[in-house]
Design a binder for this molecule. Structure first.
Ligand code: GLN
Length: 467
């Protein structure tokens, strides 16, 4: 495989191209997401659709689920037909088309405005399916099996995701809310085009030919049988099992984490003292806190994993820590609701939310980049992008469940008691799941068959006969 060898900060330069590509794509995605619900509920006179909150949130839940379900298909297409590189370009262009469709002035569309809106969202789902899993597997392709820089590399990549996610609501949120909704979506489309242009201009130079051919076709097994046609070995089956189990475990994490946009957002709006020297901070600003924490702490986590090298905890142990950290984070929200004592008029310090977000982000850094890294490390090559799609599909399920859990807060006087129960439930599930994963960790590592033995991989084992 032709893979350029020049490095920057100890990593292949291609990592930084993927960082930039994903940063702009996430800028467009999170920017669009930041104004989607606001646009829907805004009145027709103010350029919106005038939907009810409930209808807008329900569509939002379905859309954020669908957007992460399509990666299963997009991953399969890359593995078998297009390869990752072409998938990213086509996916990026589809998403840009989606943003520009949402950004088309309603007066130009007349009666077709609502249909165009749904077409735009569909283009975004299809585009994300082709883009998201495949940009992630490309990062992994830069590293050989057993390379201890892999988790650090995904953590750096994750920082790019969150720089985009942090800037997006500030820029696109501002343009959409203060100037014009459509212009906000157009900005998102332009961000997406910058991402595609970066790939087109620099991929050949910095990525060589990685991801050019579909992975299922490219592998020779040395027996004259292409990897596509040969059955999985026992080792590969065990590794697929680990990916599926770890992806399912991640649902518990994301259900807690995704309260940020829903329940924690409502809690910020209604029950948090956001007064800063007589000025009330918008509740939505707290949405940028997590991304900011990721950007601040990702280099520290990346450095830690790289420094620990072969002494770093295994991926399942990192998953266990992440779940325990969610548990700790929600304890602060439990304390906040206890301070309210059932009184709807008591507003608690914003620090409760900020500390909760801090723990959720510590947890995120122990699971999200690590999960991406794990899939890229142990997935059988012919299923690489498909299994990355499965990883994202679990986020899809979690997004929907998170919405259902968050909506249990209900209305009226019972809200505080309900919030207390939800937060306590999320804390307890984090602790229980974390504890279980901790005890399962050794078994999961065993099923990885040496993939985390740090550069001492038993290649003979990998080459064993299919069963
Ligand atoms: N915040 C990350 C991203 O946008 C995580 C997505 C996910 O897996 N749910 O890529």
């Amino acid at each position: 495989m032709n893979q350029p060898s020049s490095t920057l900060l100890g990593h292949p330069k291609g990592l930084f191209l993927l960082f930039g590509t994903e940063m702009w794509e996430r800028f467009s995605y999170y920017g669009m997401r930041a104004i989607l619900v606001l646009y829907l509920v805004s009145t027709v006179e103010s350029g919106g659709f005038g939907w009810s909150n409930a209808d807008a949130l329900s569509l939002y839940g379905t859309f954020t689920m669908a957007v992460y379900l399509t990666p299963v298909l997009g991953g399969w297409i890359a593995d078998n037909i297009l390869g990752q590189r072409k998938s990213i370009i086509i996916g990026g262009l589809l998403m840009a088309a989606g943003h520009f469709t949402l950004g088309t002035p309603q007066e130009w569309l007349g009666d077709g405005a609502e249909s165009a809106f749904y077409i735009g969202l569909t283009l975004l789902c299809c585009g994300n399916g082709l883009f998201k899993p495949n940009i992630s597997t490309l990062v992994g392709d830069l590293y050989e099996e057993g390379d201890t820089r892999r988790d650090g590399a995904f953590t750096i990549f994750y920082m790019g995701i969150n720089i985009g996610a942090f800037i997006a609501p500030l820029v696109i949120g501002y343009v959409g809310e203060k100037i014009d909704w459509q212009l906000g979506f157009v900005f998102a489309g332009v961000g997406m085009l910058i991402s595609v242009a970066m790939q087109l201009a620099m991929a050949k130079r910095y990525l060589g030919d990685i991801g050019v051919n579909p992975s299922a076709h490219g592998m020779s097994t040395g027996t004259g049988v292409s990897a596509k046609d040969r059955p999985l070995t026992q080792v590969e089956r065990d590794r697929v099992k680990v990916i599926v189990i770890m992806s399912v475990i991640s649902i518990v994490f994301w259900v807690g984490y995704e309260q940020a946009g829903g329940l924690l957002n409502i809690y910020a709006k209604d029950f948090t003292d956001r007064d800063i020297l007589g000025w009330e901070m918008p509740a939505s600003w707290l949405q940028a806190v997590s991304a900011l924490f990721v950007v601040a702490f990702a280099p520290i986590f990346a450095g830690l994993w790289t420094k620990l090298g072969d002494k770093q905890p295994s991926s399942p142990k990192k998953f266990a820590y992440s779940l325990l950290l969610v548990g700790v984070g929600f304890l602060f929200m439990v304390a906040a609701t206890m301070e309210q004592g059932g009184d709807l008029n008591v507003k608690v310090s914003v620090l409760y939310l900020i500390i909760t977000y801090l723990f959720l982000v510590f947890g995120e850094l122990c699971i999200s980049p690590i999960g991406l890294s794990l899939v890229s490390k142990i997935a059988p090559i012919k299923f690489l992008s498909l299994l990355m799609g499965v990883w994202f599909a679990c986020s899809a399920i979690a997004n929907k469940v998170a919405g259902l859990v968050g909506s249990m807060i209900g209305e009226g006087a019972e809200q505080i008691n309900n919030a207390f129960s939800i937060f306590a439930g999320l804390a307890v599930s984090g602790f229980i799941a974390g504890g279980l994963v901790f005890f399962m960790a050794d078994k999961l590592v065993e099923w990885m068959h040496g993939a985390e033995d740090r550069a001492t991989v038993e290649h003979s084992e990998l080459d064993q006969d299919p069963v």
